[in-house]
Ligand binder design. Structure first.
Ligand code: SAH
Length: 482
């Protein structure tokens, strides 16, 4: 039961006494009791007693304390930081208390609480650990009872353990992040092998156990692998990507990465979708960067899974910069980019001897504005052009390329869901390309490949783009929505 408003009239503090003088006036049992108490500290004990009892004299000489064998004089307590009036003579104790107060020194008068500035606690000493019990003079018996109970609870070697702990503080702060890791270490230190070794009396063994504990508590340093998941088919994943997925603590993946690929990760890996698909709840790139840095700092092994190749329209540059800035280790694992998967689906030679010897990876989204991007010139000089994210700008791409001088008859191949079982292939010419934009039947990612090399592809399994253009025209003529 606690009283709601119980307040302490004497507030416990731990006072610095190392090398400071503490004066005791008196030569009997009470003086000896205080001398014993103060001798537990590193204060310089000074006892003022004309007639000191033999027991007190022995104690003082054994403890290297100063003895002033003279009648009391206020000058004798000057410079002390604490004074005990323990003469047993009321008049003298009152004088000592008054003098101390005049000199600004806190005073304790034995058995005269009204003269006391401070009280001495019952003390459980495991230096540097101390438990002080105070009852404001109300119950010395209670205080002693508590003292002996607490004393039994605590190992005699607690002080040595605390000293060892203090010596490790710097290393712990350097090696372990604030919070859980440090708490866990100290829990293990004070209750585990180091504590047992100290108790068994072997400080060197305790030190070794503490170092072991420290090293095993240090978090594994985080590592982020930017991994290309390929175009979608699970078996187009590289062996390295697969191994990293099996070792991952966390898999952070984009919406374009099929569930089946994510499912190839370690079963108890945490899976964090970060969106990046129109209409889905997505994280901003800055949020993704911050997430990767945070996971790295937590010491996680992270697979950042991106569709295709991570370095092709994958914003990997920004993620790598964030990781570099944060000092987090990372590696890049290439993947089969969508252009290669689409070309394979079409048996389409991206380079063709005598026809095309260079290729362009572009998005078509840089076509806005008046100036023609460099890649348009490359297209005219025969490069094979792979257009990523090109569906919504198909008309713009076709128009600008024709305007720049590329023949409207230039071959075009389009693959939706390249590499996947539900893939669809379309072929046609640059003139047919704009029809792509309006098609509501294409819901998967679409890769468009343009150039003379496309003429070398296998069109046996593809539908003509123009057929759709034709149907559109018919539907429009009949006033029906396609
Ligand atoms: N880093 C990825 C590209 C991401 S940009 C890579 O290297 O492939 C996303 C675009 O990639 C889509 O708009 C689409 O143009 C293309 N894409 C991705 N997967 C595809 C697939 N299976 N089939 C066709 N195009 C795909």
């Amino acid at each position: 039961m606690t009283q709601a408003n119980a307040k302490l009239n004497a507030f416990p503090v731990f006072m610095r006494v190392e090398g400071e003088a503490v004066a005791i006036v008196g030569g009997g049992d009470e003086a000896l009791a205080k001398a014993r108490l103060i001798a537990q500290s590193s204060a310089a004990l000074r006892v003022i007693a004309q007639d000191a009892a033999p027991e007190l004299l022995t104690f003082l000489s054994q403890n290297g304390a100063a003895h002033i064998a003279a009648a009391y004089d206020p000058a004798q307590i000057e410079g002390a930081i604490l004074v005990f009036a323990a003469s047993g003579d009321e008049a003298l104790d009152r004088r000592v208390a008054a003098d101390a107060r005049r000199l600004g020194i806190p005073v304790n008068a034995v058995d005269r609480p009204e003269l006391c500035d401070f009280f001495t606690p019952a003390l459980v000493n495991r230096a540097p650990v101390a438990i002080a019990i105070g009852t404001e003079g109300a119950g010395p018996v209670l205080a002693q009872m508590l003292r002996s109970r607490i004393d039994q609870m605590l190992s005699p070697s607690l002080g040595s353990l605390a000293v060892l702990g203090a010596s490790l503080r710097g290393a712990v702060e350097k090696l372990l992040p604030r919070g859980n890791a440090r708490r866990r270490f100290w829990g293990g230190f004070f209750q585990g092998a180091p504590a047992r070794a100290v108790e068994a009396g072997s400080l060197s063994q305790a030190h070794e156990a503490a170092v072991d504990l420290l090293l095993s508590s240090a978090p594994a340093s985080g590592h982020i692998a930017l991994v290309g998941a390929g175009p979608g088919a699970e078996d187009l994943l590289t062996l390295r990507a697969h191994r990293l997925l099996m070792e991952a603590d966390v898999i952070v993946y984009d919406a374009l990465v099929p569930e089946a690929v994510v499912a190839m990760g370690r079963r108890d890996a945490e899976r964090l979708p970060v969106g990046k698909r129109k209409g889905c709840h997505t994280k901003s790139q800055a949020e993704i960067n911050a997430l990767l840095v945070e996971l790295g700092r937590e010491g996680k092994r992270v697979v950042r899974l991106k569709s295709g190749d991570p370095l092709v329209f994958g914003r990997a540059g920004e993620e790598m910069a964030a990781l570099r800035d944060a000092g987090i280790a990372y590696e890049v694992v290439p993947g089969v980019t969508a252009a290669f998967a689409a070309a394979a689906d079409f048996e389409l030679p991206l380079t063709l001897r005598g026809v095309s010897s260079s290729m362009v990876f572009t998005t078509g989204h840089d076509l806005k504005g008046n100036s023609l991007p460099d890649w348009a010139k490359l297209a005219i000089s025969g490069a094979t052009v792979a257009v990523y994210m090109g569906r919504s700008v198909a008309a713009e791409v076709a128009g600008r390329l024709i305007e720049a001088g590329l023949s409207p008859d230039t071959a075009v191949a389009v693959v939706e869901n390249a590499s996947l079982g539900n893939r669809r292939r379309f072929h046609g010419t640059l003139a047919d390309l704009p029809s792509l934009e309006a098609r509501a039947d294409l819901s998967g990612p679409v890769m468009t490949i343009i150039g003379d090399a496309v003429a070398g592809a296998n069109f046996e399994r593809s539908e003509p783009l123009a057929a759709h253009r034709h149907e559109d025209a018919l539907a429009a003529a009949e006033g029906v929505q396609p």
